[in-house]
Design a protein around this ligand. Sequence first.
Ligand code: G4P
Length: 559
Amino acid sequence: MYTFRLRLHLKKETMTNDRSQIQGELEKRRTFAVISHPDAGKTTLTEKLLLYAGMIRTAGMVHARKQQKSTSSDWMQMEQERGISITASAMQFVYKDVVINVLDTPGHQDFSEDTYRTLTAADSAVMVIDAGKGVEPQTRKLFRVCSMRGIPILTFINKLDLPGREPLDLLSELEEALGIRSAPLFWPIGQGEDFQGVYDLRKDRVLLFTRSEHGGAAAAHMEVCSKAELKDRKDLEPETLEQFEESLELIQEAGNPFTTEEFLAGKLTPVFFGSALINFGIEPFFDAFAELAPYPSKRKVLISKNEESAIDPAEEPFSGYVFKVQANMDLKHRDSMAFLRVCSGKFERDLVVKHESHQEEQLRKGQTKKDIRLSRSHNMFGGERQTVDAAYPGDIVGVVNPGVFAIGDTVSLRGGYHYPPLPKFPPEVVCRLRPTDALKRKAFEKGMKQFRNEGAVLILETLSTTVQGPLVAAVGPLQFEVLQFRLESEYGVKTERETMSYRHGVWLIGDIDGFDKPSGALLAEDRDGQRIMLYTSAWEKDHAAERNPNVTFAEFLSL
Ligand code: G4P
């Protein structure tokens, strides 16, 4: 029989061990998303990460996949038919002792809301830029979301194997277009056909690459030499060397020095150059990413409306939040899944947790703080579900949603707090959907309720007597098509769509009594009871903002 003192000692010991085990696990984790404008090379780079991590033996599936019009994360019929990736999922694998959680985000800009929300689950981001094109519109938008959260961003300037813009010019564009300071950690040697490798500024070494026999399907051979040795190389054109030396000297004298503090605060981005297609500069970039990208740290929580606190990922028992809900992911298992980002403690299969809902409707019914068993937990690789027995901060776990989880909900062992609501983004298109068969109204409403919980679109009630609701608002029209497709295939409801002329939605914060509303605008309410004004033009919106200085026009909510 143990004495009370000994039992206490043993208990303390296990708690300390648990804490240090969790600390050890979380320090190994890098949870990130790749952001880019379509075609900059996000898929190719992610695929190369899988190649260098030993998860796939050969790369080069991107092209083949595009031709087959399906990808490993394309599980929905519509995605396969169109060859686009609509839904974001996450992949986990080990790269040189580091556990990588890469959040897959849909490439098509009509689904950017899903991408924006997924970014809340990331601790850092890799921004891919096409060296020929520079900063493109979608990069700008995604960058803005990352910088609002202050997450660290690493920049990979891709396609150096093609003739492109001057590296110095690209750096200035980064700073001017995005307002972030840049500090190159690699500097390219040659460009286009002359692209030979990169100079590693931190380690003062030259990394030269040779194309593998299999194009970019296999790792490229890398040779390390000093800057002085570069002069003796016969395969380097004298002009290439001269240009490299000149621009390097400029950047070393006038460029921003890299500091970890500024990088972690999201104020400075380390810049890398390379080619994801032929694997030049790829492995040292991944190594630098593993070294520099942060592991999960403290996260803000709300204890009450006005009281905040911070959750330490190793100290606090299990907690996390739902950043994505998706029904009918797999037609074999017609169920709804909730994706959790683990924020603290150890997640174990069948854990019973407290569920704190954000949904107004449930709050009104007093359905919050329910105890729920997190059963059938799994992660996804491609379309395959793999059971998850344990997970740590930074990990993404899919659990079967017994119809209670909505995006933004918090689950935790201790209860009593919740993670801040997920951001909402301004809709750019609005329509009204009606079932073509009036008898299908019930199934239609069921489907719409599901989509509302998934947060894929905004379902708005109009506050006008002339325009009847409900209206559906989204970032891009493709979202409506997906909605109609899913209503038909999952709920058996054919619908007709009436496109409305509203293009700009803004949430109104403050007292709107006496609001001077343009006659063409429409006032509506979202699922959280927040008021949103829909305008037909940017001019109308800006003009209304000028005439109503006491009301805040919020384009992004709750970040
Ligand atoms: P995305 O996910 O950001 O949309 O881009 P993705 O990786 O699909 O790449 C878009 C295209 O750019 C692909 O060509 C890909 O092979 C090419 N690409 C990616 N990285 C590089 C690079 O470093 N250098 C060069 N030269 N090309 C790169 P594609 O659409 O399959 O067309 P194709 O070029 O095979 O005909």
